[in-house]
Design a protein around this ligand. Structure first.
Ligand code: FAD
Length: 321
């Protein structure tokens, strides 16, 4: 049966994150021919609506307010719930991002609805949707169905393909006025670390370094390889703890969960806590001088060798392509 579905258009520093477009594609699937409405929340964000139309949103509802300039749980919940009350959706899709992970349970609670989080695939059989999600830190996958409406899910970035962008498409975003009040949290200032290059959680290629990189300078060859491949640099907690790089690069159970097309692990042993964050990558290449390293158990391609020899060789070869 056709459903009305809401998806959150998530912005970072004023730019729509790719997961928003993936959420539209997921929304289209569960809407089964019904209407997908993207919700944009923030301060002066209406200009971003066009891209949501271009990626397949049927409608875009915008809630703008000075108090929504930065994400706060109660500000965004008030804005999103106002749209929910107006639209009465049968389905809601968020990205499984820091923001989505924070906001979605609040919305589910307010609606007394269930929430299927961290969805990596959606299948439809005879009108019933089955959602695949990792469990036990990514060691296994479960398939679940929802028995009630609204059906609310969060999707893991980089797992569900967005629709092909149609740059010729335009639409009229609808503005909704919502009185944002009694905020218990007010963001006074956002201090960001200057990040270089591609956003780690949305990168298609990640070159990650572990304690085997041995120093901050040891990350340089990895950065060169990542640059040539148009990718991002990541790290194990071992490398972060040793102060070779910033914790914002940490991948794993207590770091970021990533699903790039290509993950190149350099000098990383493959501890379960690290693999929880990267084992669903589409292709994994491991470079380690220890042939017994656990990382080889999940690697599609393993190179036993010294990363300081192997990584520059790879960079040179990729430069030729
Ligand atoms: P090591 O285990 O020391 O491995 C270094 C590897 O480099 C070795 O395999 C070695 O053979 C190889 N090597 C050395 N020199 C070279 C060379 N020249 N060329 C090639 N290979 C070389 N870890 C995470 O990564 N992410 C998390 O989110 C995380 N969360 C945690 C949460 C908890 C509660 C706990 C208890 C631990 C967590 N950890 C996490 C830590 C985790 O258990 C490991 O300690 C950590 O992942 C090890 O990092 P590593 O592989 O870089 O270091």
């Amino acid at each position: 049966m056709a459903k009305k579905v809401l998806v959150l258009g998530e912005l970072r520093e004023g730019i729509l994150r790719n997961v928003s477009f993936e959420a539209i594609a997921a929304g289209k699937k569960i809407a089964a021919g019904g209407e997908v409405t993207a919700v944009l929340i923030g301060k002066s964000v209406k200009d971003q609506a066009n891209e949501l139309f271009q990626y397949g949103a049927d409608r875009v509802v915008v809630v703008e307010d000075d108090q929504l300039e930065h994400y706060t749980p109660d500000g965004y919940s008030q804005a999103f719930m106002a749209v929910v009350n107006q639209e009465e959706p049968e389905g809601i899709v968020f990205g499984h991002t820091a923001l989505g992970k924070d906001l979605s349970p609040k919305i589910a609670n307010k609606m007394s609805a269930g929430l299927i989080s961290d969805v990596t695939a959606i299948e439809e059989v005879n009108g019933e949707f089955t959602f695949t999600r990792p469990i036990y830190s990514g060691k296994a996958f479960e398939k679940v169905v929802s028995t009630e409406e609204p059906l609310m899910i969060t999707i893991r970035p980089n797992n569900i393909d967005s629709l092909v962008k149609d740059a010729s498409k335009t639409g009229n975003a609808e503005t909704m006025t919502v009185e944002i009040k009694d905020l218990r949290t007010i963001v006074k200032e956002v201090v960001t670390k200057a990040s270089e290059g591609v956003d780690l959680s949305e990168a298609k290629v990640i070159v990650a370094g572990g304690r085997g990189v041995k120093s901050a300078e040891g990350f340089e060859p990895l950065k060169e390889l990542a640059d040539v491949l148009g990718g991002a640099v990541g790290a194990s907690r071992g490398a972060c703890d040793a102060d070779y790089c910033d914790y914002s690069l940490q991948i794993g159970q207590t770091g970021k969960v990533v699903t790039p097309d290509l993950y190149i692990a350099c000098g990383i042993s493959g501890a379960i806590q690290h693999m929880a964050g990267m084992s669903n990558s589409k292709v994994i290449v491991a470079i380690n001088k220890d042939p017994e390293a656990t990382i080889f158990n999940v690697a599609d391609y393993g190179i036993v060798g010294d990363l300081f020899e192997v990584v520059p060789l790879l960079t040179e070869e990729f430069k030729k392509i």
